[in-house]
Design a protein. Sequence first.
Length: 285
Amino acid sequence: MKENCTTYITTATFLSQVIPRSELPNVQDIPFPEFSSFSLACTDENETPNLLYDSPLPEKIFTSNFLDKILLSLFRNTWISQTNSQKSALSGIDGLVEEGRNYMLSPEGQLPNSEGTRNQQVKVMQTLRQLFTPLMPPFFKIFMAGVIPDFIVFPESLVGKRFGPWFYAPLLTTLITPTFFNFLVGPSTVNFKKNGELGGLLVEKCKFLQKSKCKGICLNQCKLPIQEFFKDDLGMELTVSPNFVTQECQWSWGEKPVEVANDPSWPKGCVKGCESRQLVVESQS
């Protein structure tokens, strides 16, 4: 992977037919053998243009441990407080998805000129900041990102100066993260980044994406705010790369994210089974 990513993709695509997918060091751009010819672009002439097919994989049944339930409850309550919106009657991740969708479709979430999408991202970051408390980010910055915070007695010239990320930071972050984000995305495994270095985490099938089937919610209530939160609050670059065919998601620490508009892996169009899209169509008819 370090020497030639294209050659790795070709080789791994072939090997995926004879060895378990979980044994590959990285599965970005590696199709499932049975769906190697599958295309997201919807070709049904009776459908709206620029639609994307739903994931062809069967839905996964997720289980939650005690910590997952506590964190999900805290996240939902904090989100409701931040958005000043009504709590969904649905339980678990279904309720969180509905609450996220309701805010996305609210007047505040639908403001023009990207104000609405920015509002969604900010609300997620505010929710994360409250859950992390003011104590955790500075210590993460010290021991992972190598950034000197202003509350430690150092010469003024060193405050805010970056000495890291430390060599162990990407790998250690991949080991810690699943404990705190499993409630949102589901099970994940440590793997290699696309460049062959340590610091990768593969979400096996994203719970949030499977439930929402919505690119907008994925983008503005997960991918972009989490990338920004890790960079600005924790001092670590992060790229979150969802796969809309498999609903896997690759998290790569120490990797600077590409702007969505310039990202060839980010598909254009809405997902066919997206409830958000259907609600918008109904409201306009």
